[in-house]
Design a binder for this molecule. Structure first.
Ligand SMILES: C[S@@+](CC[C@H](N)C(=O)[O-])C[C@H]1O[C@@H](n2cnc3c(N)ncnc32)[C@H](O)[C@@H]1O
Length: 240
């Protein structure tokens, strides 16, 4: 089900979020990932989509590989390639030998993967010792389904706060992100991700929670009141 929906909506993703049209990618995600992978030579982009993260990686792009489960995403990545290599594959069965890569990146992918722990095992398997995993997620704590900005006004008081949904409940949802576009999401508490990483020898080196960038707030005025609530979580892990 998950894979079918990404296959049918690949064009929507490419149109709405890639090729320079999305400020969160342009102003925040792509520069962050480029900085965090500087100095690593052979890099794997897991769930690469049409390749915008892979293309933004520093160094020699012929050492960059991307995989995605969607045929339509991989076809577009190949068309847009600036030298990187792509293959259609699942994150839970990476088509690479053990200890192939110096670094791996997964950008906004694991919240769509049901077999999360198998996919994390695969990341650990294909990384070389001391390899880096740059793991970007929709912030699992603050963006739990059902979260959002609330304003309550009575004649005496005015209260504003960020509501958090049912954080501890692991759940698969299909969200209609715009009319006719239904995308599957899996919510997991942050501890589930962190314990899964450490159980497989991927230890946290650094955690980033950047504020939403200005370009995003300009387009989403309703989020301005919540500008101190991050949307993105970045975990930088080292394989030991
Ligand atoms: C939100 S898009 C992100 C694409 C890309 N990482 C980027 O940041 O531009 C999520 C991608 O994950 C891919 N995906 C979902 N489940 C996957 C899986 N099990 N294995 C590999 N890719 C998967 C989808 O096909 C889709 O291209």
């Amino acid at each position: 089900m998950t894979e079918d929906l990404w296959e049918s909506h690949a064009r929507w993703w490419q149109r709405e979020f890639t090729d320079g049209v999305d400020p969160e990618y342009n102003e925040q995600i792509l520069p962050l990932v480029a900085g965090l992978t500087t100095g690593f030579e052979k890099i794997l982009d897991i769930g690469c989509g049409e390749g915008q993260v892979a293309r933004a990686l520093p160094g020699n792009l012929s050492h960059v590989f991307g995989i995605d489960r969607s045929r339509a995403q991989v076809a577009e990545a190949v068309d847009r390639s600036a030298g990187e290599h792509y293959a259609q594959a699942s994150a839970s069965a990476l088509p690479f030998a053990d200890e192939t890569f110096d670094a791996a990146v997964a950008c906004l992918v694991f919240e769509h993967i049901i077999e999360m722990s198998t996919a994390i095992s695969e990341v650990a398997r294909v990384l070389k010792p001391d390899g880096r995993f740059v793991f970007l997620l929709n912030h699992p704590l603050l963006q739990t389904p059902g979260s959002g900005w609330v304003e309550e006004h009575t004649s005496e008081t005015s209260i504003q706060y960020w509501r958090i949904g049912q954080y501890l409940v692991e759940q698969e949802t299909i969200e209609e992100v715009e009319l006719g576009i239904r995308i599957p999401f899996v919510h997991r508490p942050l501890s589930v991700y962190l314990n899964s990483l450490t159980d497989r020898g991927l230890f946290l080196e650094r955690m980033l929670e950047p504020a939403p960038p200005e370009g995003f707030l300009e387009r989403n005025h309703a989020y301005r009141s919540a500008r101190h609530i991050p949307r993105l979580l970045v975990l930088v892990c080292k394989k030991q």
